[in-house]
Design a protein around this ligand. Sequence first.
Ligand SMILES: NC(=O)C1=CN([C@@H]2O[C@H](COP(=O)(O)OP(=O)(O)OC[C@H]3O[C@@H](n4cnc5c(N)ncnc54)[C@H](O)[C@@H]3O)[C@@H](O)[C@H]2O)C=CC1
Ligand SMILES: O=C(O)CCC(=O)C(=O)O
Length: 389
Amino acid sequence: MKTIRTYNNIASKGLNQFLKDSYRVSADEAEPDAILLRSQKLHEEKLPKSVLAVARAGAGVNNIPVNDYTRQGIVVFNTPGANANAVKELVLASLLLGSRGISQSMQYVNSLADVTDAHELHKKVEAGKKAYGGGELEGKTLGVVGLGAIGAKVANLALSLGMNVIGYDPKLSVEAAWRLSSDVVKADNLNALLSRSDYVTLHVPAVEATIGFINNEAFSALKQGAKLINLARGELVDEDAVLSALDTGKLSYYIADFPTPKLIEHERAILFPHLGASTVEAEENCAIMAAKQLIDFLENGNIVNSVNFPTVSMERTTGYRITFANDNVPKVLGIVINLLADLNINVIDIVNKSRDDIAYNIIDIEQRPTAELLQQIANVEHVFQVRCV
Ligand SMILES: NC(=O)C1=CN([C@@H]2O[C@H](COP(=O)(O)OP(=O)(O)OC[C@H]3O[C@@H](n4cnc5c(N)ncnc54)[C@H](O)[C@@H]3O)[C@@H](O)[C@H]2O)C=CC1
Ligand SMILES: O=C(O)CCC(=O)C(=O)O
């Protein structure tokens, strides 16, 4: 029986992927084989030695100490693109919230709740409405920072609304480029995008290069009166810089799903809870994808959509499967193959891939590996994780 410890609310369609005969899944597993979570911060938690993998049902992995886990041989997965449509749709709402006085006018209407006479209410509503007009999106320019799963969808949507779209992504993958309309204009740097955009939307991960990158310098490059949408991570913006840009009017609205006490105080910060991915569809997509990836790893040793290990996947053959991870240095695989040869064990199929400092191998052999053989492989210098799956 394999065990999975869960954190947060994971959609039942995802949890149901784990067959009851083979898996126990709960928040209380003391020595789980794997962890399945959403936004729970793991930096302060000590994981039991039993944990082989952690799956984030979502895109961002800044709640997981990925580098520490890599050193411990723990494979970390995420679910690329599984919640991108949900975020895209909330960006659409944010664009509208930033262009018309929708939320402010709703507050105004709610403030009239004690006016019980319909005629009187109508008069007040009509008198007040001129304060909440706005502009249209069509013809305006949207700057999309980060053109991955979400950014590409947002860029394509904005084009369909008649907006001009500028994109900036210095690390754009080939797959992501394929998803992007050729009408998106490429900015060579962040400031070029900021200076030309009426709306800017952030879709980058919170990593060293992006934490606090929307700072005073970025705001000086920003077009006067632009609107900033941040449904990516609160850490991307320097909060004081946002507040001061709002105060001077450089930034006309800051719209985000990461409220903070200081931002809430500002009348031109439009804030909601961390809701970007909170749709039934996105939660199910993420949970199903994360669960399937964990199952494939635990049962077959395959690794797909990991953020720290190479993608390694091999169809099951009729044989027995050994997997092992090692430091990405020469000779390790050769030594393991020689071990098998010395024991007269025939190899049916093999795959070896590396990523940065890590190499990962799947070897299918004709006979069941003994505990002794697995131990011999574990003893090879630079090998740090061996399993028979
Ligand atoms: N509010 C919410 O509920 C959600 C927030 N997110 C956040 O959105 C982020 C993006 O999600 P996806 O589009 O699915 O990820 P993704 O990995 O598909 O795309 C991220 C893109 O950012 C680019 N990038 C990295 N560093 C950059 C930089 N310095 N400047 C410009 N571009 C840069 C990458 O090349 C990549 O194309 C996640 O990392 C997560 O933090 C994601 C889903 C839901
Ligand atoms: O699970 C969630 O609701 C948060 C989603 C998110 O922030 C992400 O996928 O990066």
